[in-house]
Design a protein around this ligand. Structure first.
Ligand code: RB5
Length: 144
């Protein structure tokens, strides 16, 4: 597994997957910072998305993982922040392409949408795929 630091966060709708993904990160010796939420009590996904995004923007983490009920709220919120390229993925092909072609720096997942085993495979694919740069770099640079 790559030597990277992950900022991870969820709202109440993604709390259980956050805990599962943290277990995965621990098992694979991936450094992480847990930006909450820390219980199933209802909270606001834009706050968590911003906290995770800022860890990346300020260089305190390399990439981030955000989970909510659908993955949609988190991706909308994270993509409001300059420099964030959040990819909402429900399959491993998209996860791989989001890294290789779009240099995604946040992966968003929906706990109410994607089965847990698939979600963990998506995480693994996303963590292990590098940006291909080349012709894709010009396009990603245009986003900024
Ligand atoms: C919370 O009920 C739910 O709205 C949230 O987790 C997320 O799916 C929003 O996009």
């Amino acid at each position: 597994m790559k030597n990277i630091k992950i900022a991870i966060g969820s709202d109440h709708g993604g709390y259980e997957y956050k805990e599962s993904i943290i277990e995965y990160l621990k098992a694979h010796d991936v450094a992480y910072v847990d930006e909450g939420t820390y219980s199933k009590e209802a909270c606001d996904y834009p706050v968590i998305a911003r906290n995770v995004a800022e860890k990346i923007i300020f260089g305190e983490a390399d990439r981030g993982i955000l989970i909510c009920g659908t993955g949609i709220g988190m991706s909308i919120a994270a993509n409001k922040i300059n420099g964030i390229r959040a990819a909402h993925c429900t399959d491993t092909f998209s996860a791989r392409a989001s890294r290789a072609h779009n240099n995604s720096n946040i992966l968003c997942l929906g706990q109410r949408i994607t089965g847990e085993c698939i979600a963990l495979e998506i995480v693994e694919e996303w963590l292990n795929t590098e940006f291909e740069a080349g012709r894709h770099k010009r396009r990603v640079d245009m986003l900024e």
